[in-house]
Design a protein. Structure first.
Length: 402
């Protein structure tokens, strides 16, 4: 379900935006339009949608149009043309009162600069918007205290901004945006002014908060690592346009053009690529009802030295080796149960990162099983796939080691 939908959005700065818009629609570049009209295109025919509960990151270098875009979404700047649909209703066409209600109840915004009132306590900074709305003091205090606890500032409610670190002040800014319980959070370079360690802490906290609150978040950043860490999907902007939208893995593994490719070339892939992207579908598995001769025949056919064992619903029971199966077959045994290995195999979820797979791959002699929360076997990961995944390529035939 789309929570927010943007259609053909333009923002043009200058004295003759209509002329610039016409030229843009004719295919003129940003530089050509600036030269011909003196107008600057901040956002150029941008369209995208954001699903309910999604963290949608807009990434780009300085001047790409990302901050202009986010300010168009809640009309801190009025778009030149286009639509911004919130639950199907166009924000661009709203009157002042309707827009005021959207800003108070539907959309909260967190800026790069904290903008805290130095003469007001932390609690009174957070409840300022409620005060403007005429909310009773008792309710303001209760809501402010609750949201400050949510962002990890319990006990600091009556202190003042100059008594808090930069990271703590940014948490106040986040609490101020959350106190109205908005459905959508707009975050414009919210962590860019912070020191690297504090910034990492704030990113982790936002991930934890999102897991708890399930807000729809539109997050603006120029930092690729931050985008890859936070985003469910990422939109890459260049010269006012969106050049690619995709999941972090899609952006990293299938860049749309040279601009995106250059952007991602030095990324640590092990912290982005997940097991589901490098796993192989098991070419064959052994049913728990099969005997050692059947297992051995399947492994010989597939040229495998081991094979996972599942029941009729593909629930993983363990793994058997060709050596053990042959030993049982030579004895005339009919059941595999005595040779099913359970303790020495690693099981991971599909979203496990390569960086977490590396120690497992180096420690085990068997493939790593990828399972869902019901222990259903989804695929397998072998050592060469982990190594190749880091370098951006899974070797053909890698599953033969399984």
């Amino acid at each position: 379900m789309n929570h927010l939908e943007v259609k053909n959005l333009y923002k043009i700065f200058g004295s003759s935006p209509e002329k610039a818009l016409e030229l843009s629609e004719q295919g003129k570049t940003k530089a050509e339009i600036l030269k011909e009209t003196g107008n600057t295109i901040g956002v150029n025919n941008v369209s995208f949608n954001v699903k309910k509960g999604e963290t949608f990151v807009v990434m780009g270098l300085s001047g790409s149009g990302k901050s202009t875009l986010i300010r168009n979404l809640n009309r801190l700047q009025d778009p030149t043309s286009g639509e911004v649909l919130l639950n199907g209703k166009d924000i661009v066409g709203m009157n002042e009162e309707e827009l005021r209600q959207v800003r108070r109840k539907e959309m909260g915004m967190v800026f790069q600069n904290f903008g805290l009132f130095p003469h007001r306590s932390i609690r009174r900074n957070v409840d300022y918007g409620l005060e403007v709305q005429g909310v009773e003091e008792e309710e303001r205090i209760e809501r402010a205290y609750k949201v400050l606890e949510t962002v990890g500032l319990k006990g600091y409610e009556e202190q003042y901004p100059n008594e808090l670190s930069g990271g703590m002040q940014q948490r106040v800014g986040l609490a101020r945006a959350l106190v109205n319980d908005p459905n959508i959070l707009l975050m414009d370079e919210a962590f860019s002014a912070l020191d690297p360690l504090i910034r990492t802490d704030m990113q982790d906290q936002l991930i934890d908060l999102q897991e708890e609150l399930q807000k729809t978040i539109i997050f603006i950043t120029h930092d690729l690592d931050e985008a890859l860490k936070l985003g469910d999907r990422i939109a890459v902007m260049y010269d006012g346009t969106i050049v690619q939208i995709g999941t972090p893995e899609e952006i990293l593994t299938n860049p749309a053009n040279d601009y995106v490719k250059n952007f991602v070339e030095n990324v640590d892939r092990s912290k982005v690529i997940r097991a589901e992207s490098i796993m192989k579908k098991p070419r064959a598995v052994v049913d728990t009802k099969a005997g050692p001769k059947i297992a051995l025949r399947q492994m010989e056919k597939e040229q495998l030295s081991s094979m996972f064992v599942t029941d009729s619903k593909q629930i993983l029971k363990g793994i058997v080796t060709a050596e053990d199966a042959k030993r049982l077959a030579d004895k005339g045994e009919k059941s595999l149960s005595s040779i099913i290995i359970t303790d020495d195999i690693y099981k991971v979820s599909p979203d496990t990162l390569i960086t977490d797979l590396l120690p497992m791959a180096s420690d085990t002699k068997y493939p790593i099983a990828v399972v869902n929360d019901k222990n259903k076997l989804l695929g397998l990961v072998v050592r060469v796939s982990v190594i190749s995944g880091i370098h951006g390529k899974v070797e053909e035939g890698a599953e033969k080691d399984a």
